[in-house]
Write a protein that binds this ligand. Sequence first.
Ligand SMILES: Cc1ncc(COP(=O)(O)O)c(C=O)c1O
Length: 377
Amino acid sequence: MKRKTKMVHGGITGDDRTGAVSVPIYQVSTYRQPEAGKHTGYEYSRTGNPTRYALETVTAELENGNAGFAFASGMAAITTVMMLLKAGDHVVLTDDVYGGTYRLTTKVLNRIELGHTFVDTSDIEAVEAAIQPNTKMLYIETPTNPLLKVTDLKKMKEIADKHHLLLVVDNTFATPYLQNPLDFGADIVLHSATKYIGGHSDVVAGLVAVNDEQLAEEIHFIQNSVGAVLGPQDSWLLMRGIKTLGLRMEAIEKNANKIATYLDQHPNVEKVYYPGLTSHAGHNVAEQQAEGFGGMIAFDVGSGEKADQVLSKVDYFTLAESLGAVESLISIPARMTHASIPKNRREELGITDGLIRLSIGIEDVDDLIEDLAKGLN
Ligand SMILES: Cc1ncc(COP(=O)(O)O)c(C=O)c1O
């Protein structure tokens, strides 16, 4: 099955009993058992729910894995994956990970003595140097949020194999339509499905996929034990989003390419971060490991005041956190999504006060460019 067909026909589709073409929403917590200790495959909806299971099945298929898992948020998915580790273990993470992942690692997981080191994972030698005897996991985002840094998945797999590490990839920005880290040997791929997979700014959710029976069993055990599962209504909304993921990503990427090129030649823009530009440091690696460059662009206008001027002029870009929806969004990472990262750390990373992040939507690209021009000129 080709990629776009998989989005429509993958997983469990419809309902055999009634012929309904969409999976029913099983709004149920418990299931009648034929006799004590026997059940029909479902006993309690934290453990398993048919609507969630249909979503989990298509998730596994989209990522070329053997099992998928749906959670109440991207952070719930990440927390569940981190629970594979134990006190005293150490994890190496991409240095500009999503602010919430940074907060979870440095302010919550540290309480159970899980060690961490943040490195630029686009620098292979830096990753090798960060590995300690107790390192158990290599956790990467590619492309990263908000600087769109690209990490070489093949090289990360080599390092993970050499040091017996679990390789975990947050694939939120690329989506399973454009990049499949399990194909490169990653052990776990995860998503904030709140973003492109849902795609309509109306659901908060997280997804995980693996391609290993034992890992699948362990993640299901933790999913059921921790209990941060996705409800049936939201599971259904994500399945609906998945049907158009391919179409949306194609439209979004076409717009993003044009907008990145426009910004790149604009005299009032100091720097543009978009992996689709040949000048981007990660362009070649992104080209090799993904089917496209996605819809996220960051650009630096030099100061917080200038960034505010852009924000005050745009009409079609909604000032909001989040990304990956049909409508274009604009944000200032330093004051919004990445505010939980200390200022000196942000500056080290390049997340300056003048950095603006765009999540490109499916509007007419001429309107979007005209809108940005008002703020920049
Ligand atoms: C790359 C990335 N990973 C994880 C998350 C967390 O997901 P959620 O907000 O669904 O908990 C986000 C949220 O913005 C994100 O951008």
